[in-house]
Design a protein around this ligand. Sequence first.
Ligand code: ATP
Ligand code: MG
Length: 359
Amino acid sequence: MKIKFARLQNFRNVAFAEIDLDADSVWICGANAQGKTNLLEALGLLAAARSFRTSDISALVKKGEKSAAALFGARTEEAGDSEILIEISKTRKISVDGAEIGRLGDFIGRFPALPMTSEDVKILRGSPETRRRDVDMFISGIDPEYFDALRRYHSALGHRNALLRAEETADELYSPFEIQMARAAETVSQKRRERLAQMAQIAGERYARLARGNGEGAEIEMKPSSEAEGCEDFREMLARERAGDIERRATRKGPHRDDFPVRIGGLDAKTYASEGQQRSAALAIKLAQFEIFKAEKGTEPAILCDDILGELDAARRAAFWECVPPSAQVISTATSDAPDCAARKSWKTVRVENGKYFS
Ligand code: ATP
Ligand code: MG
């Protein structure tokens, strides 16, 4: 996908801006707190209409205003040129070429944009929830069946938790929801397992390239911690756990609680990896997501880099750019005026000052 332009209204610190992004390499530069990440965050909405910074969508609306709007022009192999409008107030509304999209599932993955931000290290050192959110978003973008199974699982989980909170004990009340959960859990956990293995394998290769034979063990592992796999396993598990779940008033086991800690060279990255190693591994995982998306959907996501290379040494920075195919669009923010990048030559520069963009 190539993003051609963005028009923002009352978005974060931007009152109104029209930004031309029609180039394969775009460098968004400016001092701190001017609106670089805000623009990238807006572009990131193309992936799944959610912010890579916050789950509170109303934070995107300019202070003092009631609603925000972001219009994007994009070209994909599949749909050609499209205009995508995302309107945000307390909720969000998505339209593509004037037609409103009712279901998020019909939008995710159509306009692939892959943010790479300093927050990505949370995949390694953040909570299990952060890891799940990232991986769930990614797999949902390439596999609508996964998104659907996840949705069905969470819907049944909500019903089961309501029964637990009401301290209901009758089996016939729980059974229908537990069956629905178990069916969906089978799909979710199998697909997760497969995708995590694929992601870890490619991330390991990318990590080795970033580390440039630094003698670092490059093997990356991401394995789900739960043992249940098949539908029957999940049903039995839910039935077995029910009494304890009623006491705690919550469903304590299942894909919604699963974790897949990242291990580098056999060691838990959260505990053992250095800052640079963690950042490199997070980038490697994002580069792996890029490759998998491309292989699966036949289209390259636009890469949105939010000042990510600052923490890496010069060799790792150069290796990063070599891992990004020249055909992919890269939109990158930084405080420095010029990119330090031999792999990509002609950058379009957009300067940011107090929510205004100059190219
Ligand atoms: P840095 O180099 O420090 O990362 P940046 O250019 O990426 O800076 P942004 O994160 O884009 O900075 O934020 C720019 C400004 O937008 C900040 O001053 C921030 O306080 C402001 N801002 C954030 N959300 C809103 C909002 N909802 N309404 C108004 N201003 C906001
Ligand atoms: Mg920023």
